[in-house]
Write a protein that binds this ligand. Structure first.
Ligand code: TXA
Ligand code: MG
Length: 320
C-alpha cells in the first residue's frame, strides 16, 4: 500500500477502513467515529491498549453537538481563539460517543486540525474522524508520509501532506471549576502555556493555567514517543565525560553515539525533533545522544522538554 489522494482516502473511510492523514502537528491514523470496525482497526494497527482514548477531529464547532455534553464558556473562548489548530480540549462526553473512543471515560477529547488536506477530508466525509498519531504505541510520532509507510511496513495507505509544520502533538487541556477555576494542561504541545494564559487575560477570564502530572491523560505515559534506538539525554553540552558515561551506562561503543542536534528556536526544534530521532535510529546500532541546552529550561521549551524526557532511556543530570 502506498500514497493515496484525499478523494481515495474519503472512499476508504466510507468503507470503514483506516487511512493515515496529515495534520499540522503529526500524521494521524484516521477512522470513522461511528464505525466500531474502523475504531477497532485503529487500536490493532497501532498495537495500542484499549485504555488509551482517541482524539476526535472535527471540522469546526458545528460538529461537536453529538459529541460534547457540556461546552463551558472557558472552552468556547479557547476554541474560538485556537481552532483550527494544535489544541485538544477534553470535555464531558455525550452518550453517543462510542466507548472505544473514550476508553470508558466520561469525557471526550476534541480537536479541529488546520492542515488543508485534513480539512478537505473532513469536509468531503461530512463527519468527524477519530485519529491518534500514526505510529506504533509508545513510539515516535510521524511527521512525514514516509515515516508512516515505514512504521507500518507499507500496510497503511497515507495521504501525503508534506512535512508537518508544527511537528509535535497538540496541547491537551481540560477545564475544572472547583475548588478554583483552572485550565489544566494534560499534555504540553503545539500551543504554549504562555499563549493560553495571554488569551485568558485578554478575554477577561480569571483562571489559572496549570501543567498537571497525573494519569488524567491515560496515554501520555512516562515512556512514550520512543525512537527505535535508545536515547540518552545529558544536561548541557555533550562533553567527552558525558559521552563516556552514556556509552558505559548503555553498553555501546563511543563511536556509536549519534548526536541529536536541534535548532535553537523552539518552533524549528519541534519541527525537527521526530524526524531527526527517526533519521538517527536508521543507524540501527548504538544510541542517540542529546545534550540538552541550558536554554531549554525556559517556558517556551516546555513541550520539547516533556517529549525528550519521555522519549529517553537514560536522563543524566551532570553536576557541572
Ligand atoms: O496532535 C495530535 O494531538 C495528534 C494528531 C493526529 O491530531 N494526535 C495525537 O493522538 O497525538 P494520540 O492518540 O497519540 O494522543 C492523544 C492523547 C493521549 O495521551 C490520550 O491519552 C489523550 O490524548 N486523551 C484522549 N482522550 C482523552 C480524554 N478523554 N481524557 C484525557 N486524555 C485524553
Ligand atoms: Mg501518540
Amino acid at each position: 500500500m502506498a500514497l493515496i489522494d484525499t478523494a481515495e482516502a474519503v472512499q476508504r473511510l466510507k468503507k470503514n477502513q483506516v487511512v493515515a492523514i496529515p495534520t499540522e502537528t503529526v500524521y494521524g491514523l484516521a477512522g470513522r467515529i461511528h464505525s466500531p470496525e474502523a475504531l477497532r482497526a485503529i487500536f490493532t494497527t497501532k498495537q495500542r491498549p484499549l485504555f488509551d482514548p482517541l482524539i476526535v477531529h472535527v471540522l469546526d464547532t458545528s460538529q461537536i453537538k453529538d459529541l460534547a455534553q457540556e461546552w463551558p464558556p472557558e472552552i468556547a473562548a479557547l476554541t474560538d481563539a485556537f481552532w483550527p489548530g494544535p489544541l485538544t480540549v477534553v470535555v464531558p462526553k455525550s452518550a453517543r460517543v462510542n466507548p472505544l473512543i473514550s476508553s470508558g471515560l466520561e469525557t471526550v477529547a476534541l480537536r479541529s486540525p488546520a492542515h488543508p488536506k485534513a480539512r478537505e477530508i473532513l469536509t468531503q466525509l461530512g463527519e468527524p474522524l477519530a485519529a491518534p498519531s500514526a505510529n506504533l504505541f509508545g513510539r515516535t510520532s510521524p511527521t512525514k508520509a514516509e515515516h508512516v509507510l515505514e512504521e507500518f511496513n507499507h500496510a497503511v495507505a497515507v495521504v501525503d501532506g508534506g512535512p508537518c509544520a508544527i511537528g509535535i502533538e497538540s496541547t491537551v487541556v481540560r477545564w475544572v471549576s472547583s475548588p478554583s477555576p483552572e485550565l489544566q494542561i494534560l499534555r504540553p504541545g503545539g500551543v504554549s502555556r504562555a499563549e493560553l494564559e495571554n488569551h485568558f487575560q485578554q478575554s477577561g477570564f480569571k483562571l489559572k493555567v496549570m501543567q498537571i502530572q497525573t494519569n488524567a491523560s491515560p496515554g501520555h505515559l512516562e515512556h512514550h514517543y520512543q525512537p527505535t534506538l535508545p536515547l540518552a539525554v545529558v544536561q548541557g553540552p555533550p562533553t567527552a565525560t558525558a559521552k563516556e558515561m552514556v556509552a558505559k551506562q548503555l553498553g555501546v561503543p563511543m563511536d556509536r553515539l549519534w548526536e541529536l542536534r536541534l535548532s535553537t528556536d523552539p518552533r524549528l526544534a519541534a519541527r525537527e525533533l521526530y524526524d531527526q530521532l527517526r533519521h538517527l535510529s536508521s543507524h540501527r546500532e548504538g544510541a542517540i545522544l542529546f545534550g540538552q541546552p541550558r536554554a531549554w529550561e525556559g517556558p517556551e521549551w516546555e513541550a520539547l522538554r516533556d517529549r525528550i524526557q519521555r522519549a529517553s532511556t537514560v536522563y543524566i543530570h551532570l553536576n557541572n
